[in-house]
Design a protein around this ligand. Structure first.
Ligand code: DON
Length: 583
């Protein structure tokens, strides 16, 4: 754990914390006001955040990063080129989740009628990691929870296989943004203020992200990241090897050594991103492709859809108690299988039956039509641990019909809080995605099932779920989301909106979302406080569902729908900063 002294006296920190909380409250009120303004169709305006094009589209949480992607496309780059450039740009403009110090999954549909592929650039446990290293409990901050980063290798692998423009052209825009700085928006200002106030003991983080004077960050201020600019220029000119074997690798290894972390030069040099065959499922004539293990995303979504296919959802209204009950019961069962079976496929054997229609048919027989099944009855011995809540998803479509759906993360917002000294970027806390105490499972949140316990070089189980849906071999929908373990269910809700209820993408994204993850045995529902859902909630409770009274927002699912010749990009308003752009 990093132990450098704070530059800030604690009174000042407390004052700053109070101020930032007040700002957050004001901001949330503003966001709520904006969110209830009715949407007005497909115009590219600030309120709907939907944009229609006929050639190409980029959607991401950061307008600046979206613009970087569009410029690459206009320069003759394809969707993978643009996605690589957006990935690097977000590391500068959305540093709470955009990253080069983390990992993720990129789904690529190379061309019409060609099966999508998945680039797995999930972090790995360092070679010195051991199964019991977190038996005494974990802290999500500090050096020990950092996995060997995969982002640079993943973006490079995608580019090497499918890219068109020179690598340097794709990394330089991010380097220039870090060097010249960019005007931050209110959301980033708030995020930075909270971070700086709450983490006084992380000296390098303070050096990079604090303003350096006595006032808080405000919308419109310029964030300049000199060290990150140098790092990105190096990656642009020397290629990904600068990160894994060159000067950046040496800085990471030094940082680990001083802070008591485990990642060595060897871990970095031996990291490899992998091309994997996606999980494929079908639903109502659509082909759904999602990331395979080490992400649970593809399997959870396909298994849930397979379960739902056994019930005639079309016979019930979208928000009828019966339809919602069936969705919850299907989520519950798919998440139980996630806990029981899923982990890094290079280390554990994952049963192929989980995504078959036959298996789902058998499981569906156990679902009572009007009564919740207590999760404890399905498998009384297993429970799940807590997770953080920041990641980011973006999509790109180009004029040749190539599409990219990418989710990447440093786990929590702002990851482990460890900024690599002199290199300007945050490292992930992805090791917390492993099952911490082998053999110990309990009702309060610990899980110790073997598939996802720590092993050297193993990839920790993920919930990230960038999805590509094809219809008759053509690209139809790209979606994904942040949100930790809620991610597959957020994706499922968007898919059900478009594929089952035939809503336009904007409506599907705006609908309130549901989440049940088997344990804890409760339902989260974004509509919990809306008057029109009170009858539904009452009836679900009557069936035995424990609907959490807490109002929790699920992830921002930035998505693209291809409707004939129209390409519709929707920037989810759950993050008001997001932008879809194309032509
Ligand atoms: O890969 C995973 O499942 C998590 N580390 C993702 C974390 C996350 O989404 C936090 N999000 N909002």
């Amino acid at each position: 754990m990093f132990t450098a002294k704070s530059h800030m006296p604690s009174q000042q920190v407390n004052r700053r914390r109070q101020l930032t909380r007040l700002h957050i409250l004001l901001n949330l009120t503003l966001v709520a006001c904006i969110a209830i303004v009715p949407c007005v169709g497909h115009a590219a305006d600030r309120l709907t955040k939907a944009t229609v094009g006929r050639h190409a589209m980029v959607v991401s949480v950061s307008p600046t990063a979206t613009d970087v992607g569009v410029a690459v496309l206009r320069d003759g780059g394809n969707a993978v080129d643009a996605a690589v450039a957006v990935g690097f740009a977000l590391a500068v403009t959305w540093p709470e989740a955009g990253n080069i110090g983390g990992g993720g999954f990129m789904m690529i549909a190379p061309a019409p009628d060609i099966e999508p592929v998945c680039v797995d650039y999930r972090e790995t446990a360092p070679a010195a990691a051991t199964a019991n290293m977190f038996s005494g409990g974990t802290n999500y901050k500090g050096h020990l929870v950092v996995g060997t980063p995969g982002t640079v290798a993943g973006l490079a692998l995608a580019h090497q296989r499918y890219g068109h423009l020179p690598w340097r052209r794709l990394v330089e825009p991010a380097a220039r943004l870090a060097e010249a700085g960019f005007a931050i928006d209110a959301a980033l200002a708030e995020g930075l203020n909270v971070l700086v106030a709450e983490e006084p003991e992380f000296a390098e983080l303070q050096r990079v992200f604090a303003r350096g004077d006595d006032r808080a960050w405000r919308a419109g201020d310029r964030l300049i990241q000199d060290d990150l600019a140098t790092t990105l220029h190096r990656i642009a000119t020397a290629g990904p090897q600068a990160f894994y074997r060159g000067p950046i690798a040496r800085r990471i290894a030094e940082e680990m050594k001083t802070g008591g972390g485990l990642i060595t030069l060897n871990d970095l040099a031996s990291y490899t991103a992998k091309i994997r065959r996606p999980i494929h499922g079908t639903y109502r004539g659509y082909d759904i492709y999602g990331p395979p293990p080490p992400s649970s995303g593809g399997i959870v979504v396909v298994e849930t859809l397979n379960l739902l296919e056994n019930f005639n959802l079309a016979a019930h209204k979208r928000w009828s108690p019966r339809a919602v009950h069936l969705v919850i019961e299907s989520m519950r069962r798919a998440y139980l299988d996630r806990a029981r079976f899923l982990g890094d496929p290079d280390f554990v054997r994952i049963p192929g039956r989980l995504i078959t229609k036959d298996y789902a048919q058998g499981l569906a027989k156990g679902i009572a039509l009007d009564k919740a099944t207590p999760s404890a009855e399905l498998a009384p011995d297993i429970d799940l641990a807590e997770e953080g809540n920041s990641t980011t998803h973006f999509c790109v479509v180009d004029s040749s019909g190539m599409g990219v759906s990418n989710t990447y993360t440093i786990e929590r917002s702002w990851g482990s809080r460890v900024v690599v000294r002199g290199a300007g970027f945050l490292l992930n806390n992805e090791m917390t995605d492993f099952n911490h105490r082998p053999g110990h499972t309990d009702q309060r949140g610990a899980i110790g099932t073997p598939p996802n316990t720590v092993e050297p070089k193993k990839r920790m189980l993920s919930s990230q779920c960038p999805v590509i849906v094809l219809h008759d071999g053509k690209m139809f929908l790209l979606t994904g989301s942040p949100g930790g373990r809620t991610i597959p269910n957020t994706v499922l809700c968007v898919l059900l909106g478009v594929l089952q209820y035939e809503e336009d993408l904007m409506t599907a994204i705006q609908q309130p979302r549901l989440h049940h993850q088997w344990m804890p045995d409760e339902v989260l529902f974004e509509g919990i406080q809306r008057p029109e859902f009170q009858n539904l909630i009452e009836q679900l409770r009557h069936m035995g569902h424990d609907i959490s009274p807490k109002s929790r927002r699920q992830g921002d699912a930035h998505s693209i729908h291809i409707d004939g010749t129209r390409i519709i990009g929707v920037a989810d308003q759950r993050r008001t900063t997001a932008k879809a752009a194309g032509w």
